[in-house]
Write a protein that binds this ligand. Sequence first.
Ligand SMILES: Nc1nc2c(ncn2[C@@H]2O[C@H](COP(=O)(O)OP(=O)(O)OP(=O)(O)O)[C@@H](O)[C@H]2O)c(=O)[nH]1
Ligand SMILES: [Mg+2]
Length: 195
Amino acid sequence: MRVKQAEFITGATRWEELPVDGLPEVAFVGRSNVGKSSLLNELTNKSGLARTSGTPGKTQQFNYFLINRELYFVDLPGYGYAKVSREQREYWGRFIGQFLTERVPLRLVIHLIDSRHPPQSKDEDIMEAMRGNPVPYVIAHTKIDKLSGNKRVKSLRTLEKALRQRAMDVPIVQTSAETGEGKKELLQWVGMLAS
Ligand SMILES: Nc1nc2c(ncn2[C@@H]2O[C@H](COP(=O)(O)OP(=O)(O)OP(=O)(O)O)[C@@H](O)[C@H]2O)c(=O)[nH]1
Ligand SMILES: [Mg+2]
């Protein structure tokens, strides 16, 4: 698919605030600072659309962006960031868990995992939430521009192993918001599964 138009619609902090128009939704989920907002900007060709930051914990809402007037990209708050208050973390943890399992218009979950590290326990929580979940699930292995040759292959193998241990067969796309690597492939998944 090609993104011709992208605009911010709303930021929700409670379930009651989520849109009720029923348009298909693509969720960007992952640990704080993994690059969710940056990847969303890259996919929409709009560098300032979603706010990004070097400081984790930037996104504190479910931010809805309407794409081509036909579906939403939803930029989720990062989970697992220690410096956000414990209540706040638990709140988002529950909200995200409920969203992944109960949100009716959800058509695709893009789980971002930092390619420089093996999956962390919070990543494994998301994998578990998606195991047996009928909603299509794709992993974006982010910041791949920071790895070269051998390290790229190694990190991919580590992730594949974590999935195999759960008997999960999940497409993995290596992405970079810096170089645009993986953009086309990820948008193909969106086009195929969500629109
Ligand atoms: N080198 C490199 N840096 C990236 C990439 N994607 C994001 N970053 C950097 O990583 C930091 C975090 O990016 P964000 O997009 O704000 O991350 P986020 O997942 O939205 O973070 P929260 O909203 O806090 O959960 C920023 O400093 C980005 O510039 C990438 O593909 N390559
Ligand atoms: Mg963000």
